[in-house]
Write a protein that binds this ligand. Sequence first.
Ligand code: SAM
Length: 269
Amino acid sequence: MQYKFTRDRENYEMYASGGVIYAAPGHTAFPVRLANEVFRRCLAFRAAQGMTGPCTLYDPCCGGAYHLTTLAYFNWNSIARIIGSDIDEDAVALARRNLSLLHSAGLERRIEELAALHERFGKPSHAAALDNARILRQWLEQWSTQRRIETAVFRADATDRRSLKAGLAGVRPDVVFTDIPYGWRSNWSPDTLALEAGIDPVQALLDALLPELAPGAVVAVASNKTVKVQHTGYRRIEKFKAGKRQLVILALEPDETGNSARANPDSGR
Ligand SMILES: C[S@@+](CC[C@H](N)C(=O)[O-])C[C@H]1O[C@@H](n2cnc3c(N)ncnc32)[C@H](O)[C@@H]1O
């Protein structure tokens, strides 16, 4: 793939998982440059349709919200609200901590933690993370004078439409960007409703999202190359490969009145 919207390899060290951004064993971290590229392709598509305002960004399989957090740091002015959800309680707790780094109180807490670690162990990695956190604090102060990004995290099975509906509570995402479980270091949870029902989880996820999305919403799905990401309620606007990953970007199918399609509330589960 060719990167269209991200400059040649920037130094992403200050966003490393386990530095300022919290990490935990078993939680993966989506590559920063690729995340930016995909998100900016989504924004470019929206802009071409005349939708240019800051968006509500949602990830229904957010893990520790690593990529949501880095997307905010790189695209502050394009995002009004970030919502993450995951079926796993530990992931939800990690996502909360990471998204707290987009607010001054959370970043201040992280600076105190890193200062304490540095004082105790004197490791160069802690010193570097502390420096980076202080730089981010300066940037955050500047950005926040323009606008804050609202954040929310909840626990939900992404294949269960009632669970997504309850968690989103009427907030309509404009951009969904999700890195679904695809078997390298993460799998669909055994508690996934779609698996229990013998339904393809990707279909069930796209089904569950459909009635919740804002008009003109786009949905970007990262997966491995064998996963079929298609659904009759959406049209595919991009499909490309990046290393071992496949990226598919879908948009809501416009209906005959020119509005975005809405799922039949009685369809699916
Ligand atoms: C590849 S990880 C996401 C990592 C994330 N993109 C990041 O950068 O931090 C996939 C996540 O999907 C979650 N997951 C598995 N089954 C799920 C389900 N049925 N509903 C919601 N999340 C699920 C896993 O708990 C895991 O956290």
